[in-house]
Write a protein that binds this ligand. Structure first.
Ligand code: ADP
Ligand code: MG
Length: 423
């Protein structure tokens, strides 16, 4: 055991240049190499990729890595290939490759040169691919962003639901599933759908102690946001809005107010979208006003504030989006504007959806309302939602929210009573 440990540290240093493992990485890797199925719940930035990249690099055969976004896969493939002097250590397999390119990928796998093969779930289903994988040596299968399997998650992808049956066809190898989404419902859903109820579960705390959470009633929202941003001149921040139209309007409003802001949403021309994102990443723009299309896989460490102009549709999304602040451990101010009328609008919208989707959507909205209207520690509320007990007095970051640092005055109850009497 100890020899093996020393060995893993050596491999970590050799391939990644790091001298110590982060969190539970080492235990996870050891268990995967020993053939166990593994389920990893770790917040964004926790170092999940290394949990499958390192064992893949030192195992015989090719590890299949399922990932939902081409951009994410490309980044990782470039990073892994940069670690080694040999070519073809990592590849992406997808429909955009031409025949020659696909053949190169297959040849590199057959020769044992390729250690990591990234595939989108919709490609993995292809029969030609499945037939090919059956005949080569597969070390293990990694399913990144595994919450995409669950309708309770914030990024459901129907293609993820078929993964279990495809993996079973390909090989009898260990599976490692990884996600930064940790609500007990999603966790349960992932384990059941992947047939991993016996997997070893590694869960790290989701507490982001450096983030400050504040919810304000949505009145004079434009003016309040302009003021908030002007007090942080030159700092990076994200403003989330629910609609594309609002994104464009509000980006303009910020510009008119002398703030260096750009819009980002999926309806913008691809070139404009990429250019705006790059300007934000390169600090040519301070603020990006965006729909939820912005963020997944974006790693800007010094985002100092995340503002929700509109409240997100689930606490899960709220956690993921606010989580883009303060990645470097520095200040991260999370300011959200809440208006019960917005929730009513979302409820009306859900009313047109199929029953199951509607029920899930309504329940997620209920949880959002509970959070927005609570007077308890927001950190405690969020962590409870993730199945974690947080001590609101002594826990790390306990003072870092509006309710904890500035408890709401006991308000006059007559307002509430009036409401009840009107009913
Ligand atoms: P996640 O997928 O959990 O969001 P990543 O795998 O993208 O996180 O890793 C986040 C960052 O942590 C990356 O910059 C990565 O290089 C770094 N990292 C991972 N493991 C270690 C380690 N053992 N020591 C130092 N840095 C690490
Ligand atoms: Mg990741």
């Amino acid at each position: 055991m100890s020899a093996k440990k020393a060995n893993l540290s050596g491999e970590l240093k050799k391939y990644f240049g790091f001298s110590t493992f982060k969190g539970q990485q080492e235990e996870i890797i050891e268990n995967l190499l020993n053939g166990k199925d593994i389920f990893v719940l770790m917040p964004t930035g926790g170092g999940k990729s290394l949990c499958y990249q390192l064992p893949a690099l030192i195992s015989e055969g090719t590890a299949i890595v399922v990932s939902p976004l081409i951009a994410l896969m490309k980044n990782q493939v470039d990073a892994v290939n940069g670690l080694s002097s040999e070519s073809g250590v990592a590849h992406v397999l997808n429909s955009s490759l031409n025949k020659t390119q696909t053949k190169q990928v297959f040849d590199d796998i057959t020769s044992g040169r390729t250690k990591l093969l990234y595939v989108a779930p919709e490609s993995l289903i292809k029969e030609d691919y499945v037939d090919f994988f059956k005949d080569v040596k597969i070390s293990f299968v990694a399913i990144d962003e595994a919450h995409c399997i669950s309708e309770w998650g914030h990024d459901f992808r129907p293609e993820y639901r078929n993964l279990k049956s495809i993996i079973d066809k390909i090989a009898d190898v260990p599976v490692i599933a990884l996600t930064a989404t940790a609500t007990p419902k999603v966790q349960d859903d992932i384990q059941k759908t992947l047939g991993m109820t016996n997997a070893l579960v590694f869960k790290e705390s989701f507490n982001r102690a450096n983030l400050y959470y504040e919810v304000r009633p949505k009145v004079n929202v434009d003016r309040e946001i302009v003021k908030f941003i002007n007090e942080r001149k030159g700092k990076s921040g994200i403003v989330y809005c629910l609609s594309r139209r609002k994104v464009e309007e509000f980006a303009q409003l910020l510009q008119v107010n002398g703030i260096n802001a750009l819009p980002y949403h999926a309806g913008l021309d691809q070139k404009v979208r990429v250019a705006n994102q790059d300007k934000f990443l390169m600090e040519d723009a301070d603020v990006i006003v965006a729909t939820i299309a912005f963020g997944m896989g974006i790693d800007k460490p010094d985002v100092r504030f995340v503002i929700h102009y509109d409240f997100p549709k689930s606490l899960e999304s709220y956690y993921q989006e606010t989580g883009r602040a303060g990645r470097d451990g520095g200040e991260g101010y999370c300011l959200s504007f809440y208006d019960p009328k917005d929730i009513e609008k979302l409820e009306k919208f859900l009313a047109q959806k199929p029953v199951s989707e509607r029920e899930i959507g309504l329940q997620l909205l209920n949880e959002v309302v509970g959070y927005a209207e609570t007077s308890m520690s927001r950190r405690q509320y969020i962590l409870y939602y993730f199945g974690e007990i947080f001590d609101p007095i002594t826990g790390e970051g306990a003072k870092m929210c509006d309710n904890a640092s500035n408890p709401p005055k006991l308000k006059d109850a007559t307002e509430d009573l009036k409401k009840v009497l009107e009913l």
